[in-house]
Every structure is written in structure tokens, then in C-alpha cells.
Design a protein around this ligand. Structure first.
Ligand SMILES: *Cc1c(COP(=O)(O)O)cnc(C)c1O
Length: 289
């Protein structure tokens, strides 16, 4: 996977601290070359569930549309490290759109990549329009880390275009409270003012955010910015990510420590993606027996 970071995100990293958690998110590490026995390049079995180029159909009523392999910054723990940043040429989505048109069971499309906001406003407008014209598709969502790594991308023009395609929801991707800066808060406010509800997905990362106080600080900042903490993901079995993977026990303990000790809105679901494409499952904790 290539190295890329925005000047903005680089400015958040302490230049003289080699242990800065934000540095570890972005800078390559020799341990990426260590592939453990249970790890796979495609640990979520996405290739097996590919219904058309770029379209992953794992669940009956929702589909994942991967529209680009490019991101503004590459997170070293990426579940799609096998493909991101590899080819600049976007796959044609003709087959994916045809599949969506002829599959009325799908009413929810999650646009991801790579980072979908790498596309131009015109390209996104065109794609969202095409999806909107499919009558059985009710929910459109965009999964993006762009507001976090390049908040300058959230321009008035972009949100004006998004506004036309509502209801449109967004899943953001914060992993550390230091990512919740005033610039990012402004980008989120713009999206919220355009009527785009914002959710967040965090990956539990060993030594970076696998402590209750860190997740609580992050989630409370998110709530203040109008972003709902949705999922806390256990690190999946992507090849070369073992140095980032925390434990199921820690994930459960963090969510249990949050419950009752912060606003309920700040408590996420702790999720585990099953190897091979079984889908995501809530992994506890169980409180009521
Ligand atoms: C995560 C995911 C979705 C969306 O799942 P939700 O739980 O509804 O957010 C859809 N398709 C695939 C393949 C996924 O991995």
C-alpha cells in the first residue's frame, strides 16, 4: 500500500515524537510485512461476494459500492490494503448499476472505496443521481474519511450538491480524539446544516485508542460535533495488521466502561467482522442475563 498523507493531517502529528498515535496511523512500519497464520489479503471475503465489478453484496438488502481505490491519506491498518492506491483507473460501474437496477431486494447502498470524496463533485452528482433514479433504493450512504484527513474538501459547492440527493447519510472514520479539530468541526457543521446525518466508525487499534478514556474522549467530542458514534470495529484479519489488532476483551471492556458513564449517545456497538465474509456481528458486552 502506498504512503500518502495530506499537509493538514501531517500538521497534527508531533514531528519529534516517534510514538505519536497519529503517526502510527499513517506512517509505514516494517511489521506490515509480517503476515500471521489467520490473516488474509481479503479477510472479509469481499471478492467472493462481488456481484459486479465494484459491488459487494454480502447482506440481502444492502450493498457496498466501491467507486475508487484512492484516498487522501492511507491508514496503515486498512482492511482493503490489497487494493487501495494500486490503480488510478476507476473500474466502470456500468455492471454494478445494472445489478442494482435488476435487484429490487436491495434498498440500501453504501458508497465507499478508497474514499468516495476523491471523486469530483460532478462525478459524485452524476452517480448519486443515477442511484436516486433506481426506485427501490431508499437509503444512500457515503463512507468517507475525507472530513477527518482533508476537511477542506467539504466545500459549500460539495454540500449544495449533496443536499439535492437527500436522504443521504454519511459514515465518518475517526480513530483518535486529536482528530476532532476546529477545522473538522466546521466541515461536520457544513454537512449537518445541509441535512446530512453523520455517524462514525472507529477501528480499535492497539496502543492507539484501545483504552476507555480515549474512546470516551473521542466519542464525547463527536457528540459535541453532531456525529453519532456508530461502530467500534475489532481489527479484522487483514494481512500485515497484527501490530494494530487489540483484543476482543478490551473492546468489550471499553464499551462496558462507557455504558452508564457517559451520554448513551456516545456508546457505540462493538463489532467483529467474520473472516471470509460472514458479515459484521455485535460482539458484546452482554449486560442482562
Ligand atoms: C458493513 C457493511 C455494510 C453496511 O452494514 P451496516 O451494518 O448496515 O452499517 C454493507 N455491506 C457490507 C459488505 C459491509 O461490510
Amino acid at each position: 500500500m502506498p504512503f500518502a498523507v495530506t499537509p493538514y493531517y501531517l500538521s497534527l502529528i508531533h514531528p519529534h515524537d516517534s510514538t505519536d498515535p497519529l503517526r502510527r496511523v499513517i506512517f509505514p512500519d516494517v511489521r506490515e510485512g509480517v503476515v500471521r497464520a489467520n490473516e488474509h489479503a481479503d479477510s472479509l471475503g469481499e471478492e467472493a461476494h462481488q456481484a459486479a465489478p465494484g459491488l459487494i453484496h454480502t447482506y440481502p438488502h444492502k450493498a457496498l459500492l466501491l467507486i475508487t481505490t484512492a484516498c487522501a491519506a492511507y491508514c496503515r491498518f486498512c482492511t482493503r490494503a490489497r487494493m487501495v492506491g494500486r490503480s488510478c483507473k476507476p473500474a466502470s460501474l456500468t455492471g454494478a448499476l445494472a445489478y442494482l437496477r435488476r435487484t429490487p431486494a436491495i434498498n440500501d447502498v453504501l458508497i465507499s472505496g478508497g474514499d468516495p470524496l476523491h471523486w469530483s463533485n460532478t462525478q459524485l452528482d452524476d452517480l448519486l443521481g443515477r442511484l436516486r433514479r433506481i426506485p427501490h433504493i431508499d437509503f444512500l450512504r457515503i463512507g468517507t474519511r475525507m472530513p477527518v484527513v482533508l476537511p477542506q474538501r467539504i466545500t459549500p459547492d460539495l454540500v449544495r450538491m449533496f443536499r439535492k440527493h437527500r436522504p443521504l447519510w454519511m459514515s465518518l472514520h475517526f480513530v483518535h480524539p486529536r482528530e476532532a479539530t476546529p477545522e473538522v468541526a466546521r466541515a461536520c457543521r457544513r454537512l449537518l446544516e445541509a441535512g446530512i446525518p453523520l455517524m462514525n466508525q472507529t477501528v480499535l487499534l492497539k496502543g492507539i485508542n484501545d483504552r476507555a478514556d480515549i474512546i470516551r474522549a473521542l466519542n464525547e467530542r463527536l457528540i459535541r460535533m453532531g456525529v453519532k458514534p456508530y461502530y467500534l470495529h475489532h481489527g479484522d484479519m487483514a494481512a500485515g495488521t497484527s501490530h494494530f489488532r487489540s483484543t476482543l476483551w478490551k473492546g468489550r471492556d471499553i464499551v462496558a466502561a462507557l455504558h452508564g458513564n457517559t451520554t448513551g449517545y456516545a456508546v457505540p456497538y462493538f463489532m467483529v467482522d467474520q473472516v471470509g465474509g460472514g458479515g459484521k456481528l455485535p460482539a458484546g458486552p452482554v449486560y442482562f442475563k
